[in-house]
Design a protein. Structure first.
Lengths: 425, 103
């Protein structure tokens, strides 16, 4: 493993805002801001994912931080959770019932005026905690109270993992997050792990059919499909926390809330599109635009293993650190048009360009949770399915309690109050 | 159009696929469960990755990198992140050999 020195690097993220990140660097630093340069960097096999990002206690050794054959194998193994048979199973057994369960619970609270009120920050985070818990293999995921408890319980973990993007003293935030992760391991992860080991043992003893095994991370681990995960329980825990508890809940909620906010604004400003509120393809256009304009990971980092020259002529020397400014790349006018800074669910597709920009990254480290968010078609993933259910239930902003915009580009709304049933039954 | 021999008819059993070369092009040759043979360009249209290193799922092939899917018969992209079709080639069996038509 390459050992390199560290020095702080300040990275422009949004208009005037700065984030302080500590990244390893032994050479010069560069920033790729155009879409094409960013794609070239992320797809170049000589530009390695940085091993250190200041949150190794959570992310160390996980699929997003390794390269080579081990990475390829683990990525393919974990990818089975959300593709092929896993895709159908997840959509029909987990995603759609979870949406219905959470929405029904809210609609059951209609008051005398016929409206049901909800805070969508809590709603979507709780729903995604149920999805994440199911993907890990935790027990009790159908229980809304358990999901709410888990959401609150795990919040310090998410805060610690996001702290890398924030300036100031991170020590206390990291210590609290690590402490909660340890508690999470004892209370939830270990019992579920042992349960899955027993299920797999029953299959091995011929007492249970392999078809009865759940589609989740802990089943993959218990079956030994990834040797490293099977032999290192703490690595399996970090994988669950990094990919499911953090990315699967915070990132998913962040992008869904932005999708909802943008679409509510669009339908308000464009009543002529009101008839398309339940059109999955139109909603996918909105989700892709929201993902493009509001990337939850604004910067990605690469380390040059060798000298590299991009198609554009941008040159890196061995040891250089390259920051990929995802937010700028996603708003590149040369790629997305002169109005790239504006939200337009009708934006025409550009051949060879992801409508959602580089929000999932690209290359061998492209977010493997993409199938959760977009499904196989864009219109059959979690975001369009949830938006469609919300619009079907006549969601609208609560005129008496409008949401206060987030404190910054990377922050989630504190509250996002809405009403359901605004058009009446 | 030129027909190029790329494999023996018995080289691929149903449900298997492999990379072949024809006229300098890399082609993924697949035989689906019902015995039909299909050939398409051995490169995902989303990003450089060999489809012949992916997985056969019914009548579709899945990219190993990001799980894009392509319909073997038409090359149509059926699963994100790929959105552009893969190039397909006509296939025929002649004297026990598989031939691919190159334009």
């Amino acid at each position: 493993m390459r050992q390199v020195g560290e020095s702080p690097m300040a990275c422009p993220v949004s208009g005037g805002g700065q984030i302080a990140a500590t990244v390893p660097r032994s050479g010069r630093s560069h920033t790729a801001t155009s879409y094409m340069d960013a794609v070239d960097v992320l797809r170049n096999p000589k530009l390695l994912a940085l091993i250190h990002d200041g949150t190794e206690q959570f992310r160390g050794g996980t699929v997003r931080q390794i390269d080579g054959p081990v990475h390829k194998h683990r990525r393919r193994t974990m990818g089975t959770l959300l593709r092929g048979e896993g895709d159908d199973w997840f959509r029909n057994t987990v995603l759609l019932p979870t949406i219905a369960r959470n929405l029904d619970a809210v609609l059951a609270t209609r008051s005398a005026d016929g409206l049901a009120r909800a805070d969508m920050v809590v709603f979507v985070r709780r729903a995604f905690f149920q999805l994440a818990a199911s993907l890990i293999g935790l027990q009790g995921v159908d229980d809304l109270d358990f999901a709410e408890h888990l959401r609150v319980f795990c919040d310090p973990i998410n805060k610690a993992m996001r702290s890398w993007y924030e300036s100031g003293d991170r020590d206390a935030i990291m210590a609290r997050g690590i402490s909660v992760m340890e508690e999470f391991r004892k209370r939830y992860f270990e019992p579920a792990y042992e349960h899955h080991e027993e299920l797999v043992a029953q299959v091995n003893r011929g007492e249970r059919s392999a078809d009865e095994l759940p589609h989740d991370l802990l089943t993959l681990v218990a079956k030994g499909e990834d040797p490293e995960l099977a032999s290192d329980r703490s690595l399996a825990l970090r994988e669950a926390v990094t990919d499911m508890i953090n990315a699967g809940t915070f990132s998913s909620a962040f992008t869904l809330l932005h999708s909802l906010a943008e679409m509510l604004g669009w339908f308000n400003d464009h009543p002529e599109d009101g008839h398309r509120r339940l059109d999955p393809e139109f909603l996918y256009g909105g989700v892709a635009e929201a993902l493009r304009l509001h990337p939850v990971v604004p910067m990605l980092w690469r380390l040059a293993e060798e000298d590299v020259t991009l198609t554009s002529g941008m040159r890196f020397q061995r040891g250089d650190v390259i920051a990929v400014d995802v937010r700028s790349a996603n708003r590149d006018g040369d790629t997305f048009g002169l109005d790239a800074n504006t939200f337009d669910p009708r934006r025409p597709a550009t051949p060879g360009v992801n409508a959602y920009g580089l929000t999932f990254g690209t290359g061998r480290h492209m977010c493997f949770g993409l199938p959760l968010i977009l499904g196989s078609l864009g219109s059959n993933g979690s975001h369009v399915q949830m938006l469609r259910s919300m619009f079907e239930a006549d969601i609208a902003l609560d005129p008496d309690d409008l949401p206060v915009p987030p404190a910054g580009e990377l922050a989630l709304w504190d509250r996002f109050p809405v009403v359901f049933g605004c058009r009446g039954d | 159009m030129t027909w190029v021999r790329v494999a023996g008819n018995n080289d691929l059993s149903p449900g298997t696929f492999r990379q072949v070369k024809a006229g300098g092009q890399l082609i993924c040759l697949a035989r689906v469960a019902d015995g039909r043979l299909f050939a398409l360009s051995d490169e995902c249209t989303h990003e450089q990755a060999l489809l012949s290193e992916g997985e056969l799922e019914g009548n579709e092939i899945e990219c190993p990198l990001h799980y894009s899917r392509f319909e073997l018969e038409t090359g149509r992209a059926t699963g994100l992140p790929a959105t552009e079709a893969a190039c397909t080639f006509e296939v025929r069996i002649v004297d026990g050999a598989v031939e691919i038509a190159l334009p």
